[in-house]
Design a protein around this ligand. Structure first.
Ligand code: GDP
Length: 232
């Protein structure tokens, strides 16, 4: 972990992160995260007794890669968002119960190859989960840094606004655009988010390929878990 902090530039100032936050982020993801369960219907949800952080994004946005990079486990999340695949919520759990949280992998939406890419494929299960899950503390909304927010992403943001779920945009594949273009995409995305009450104002730019942004993201997630665990 120390090595990653040295190799990749870490922007603590932008997110107001101190050493305690970075350490908490490190602790949360230091051990082996594992698959907990696949939830095909609401009655299969685990008891709502700990914080949940869900991860959503268009198919092929880099969601599986991001989850694997976040937990340092390259086989954990599968790239399996093929059209027509059963819409399931996949729960991942940390190695120790004391960490009191789940990561929830949501089905990808809007297939890039499909002509009707603008059609929201999320089922009532997913919508009901978003609307009714009291322990859902945040949705990470993944956006490809090359493309920025698309109409389909805005539809999801509307749904999250209506469900009053706090969400946070995480840019993926930041290595695929130039160092000059990246701040512009971040700024344009943050400007769009400022008009949404349920949106966390700051965007985190990541590259699963290069490991960029993960120290910050882990620390931000640990902060969410700590805040919500205190309140429950
Ligand atoms: P998912 O469908 O959202 O789960 O997407 P995947 O994680 O399977 O990624 C889709 C494709 O994008 C794969 O070919 C990945 O190797 C590639 N990819 C994902 N993240 C990155 C990244 O940070 N940088 C680059 N260059 N490619 C990435």
């Amino acid at each position: 972990m120390g090595t990653q902090r040295e190799l990749v530039p870490v922007d603590t100032e932008r997110f107001g992160l101190g050493d305690d936050d970075l350490d908490a982020g490190h602790r949360l993801f230091a051990g082996a995260w594992t698959f907990d369960r696949a939830v095909p219907a609401l009655e299969h949800l685990p008891p709502a007794d700990r914080v949940e952080i869900a991860i959503a994004g268009r198919s092929n946005v880099g969601k599986s890669s991001l989850i694997n990079a976040l937990v340092n486990h390259h086989g954990l999340a599968r790239a399996s968002n093929t059209p027509g695949r059963t819409q399931e919520l996949i729960f991942f759990k940390p190695p120790y119960d004391q960490l009191r949280c789940y990561l929830v992998d949501m089905p990808g939406y809007g297939y890039a190859e499909a002509p009707k890419a603008k059609v929201l494929a999320w089922t009532e299960l997913i919508k009901a989960y978003l609307r009714g899950r009291t322990t859902l503390a945040r949705v990470l909304l993944l956006i490809d840094a090359r493309h920025g927010l698309k109409a389909i992403d805005r539809e999801i943001m509307k749904l999250l606004d209506e469900a009053a779920v706090t969400y946070q945009v995480v840019l993926t594949k930041a290595d695929k655009i130039s160092a000059l273009a990246l701040p512009k995409v971040v700024a344009a995305t943050e400007a769009a988010l400022s008009k949404h009450a349920a949106a966390f104002p700051l965007v985190v730019a990541t590259s699963s390929e290069k490991g960029t942004g993960f120290v910050e993201l882990r620390a931000l997630l640990a902060r969410i878990v700590a805040e919500h665990t205190r309140n429950t």
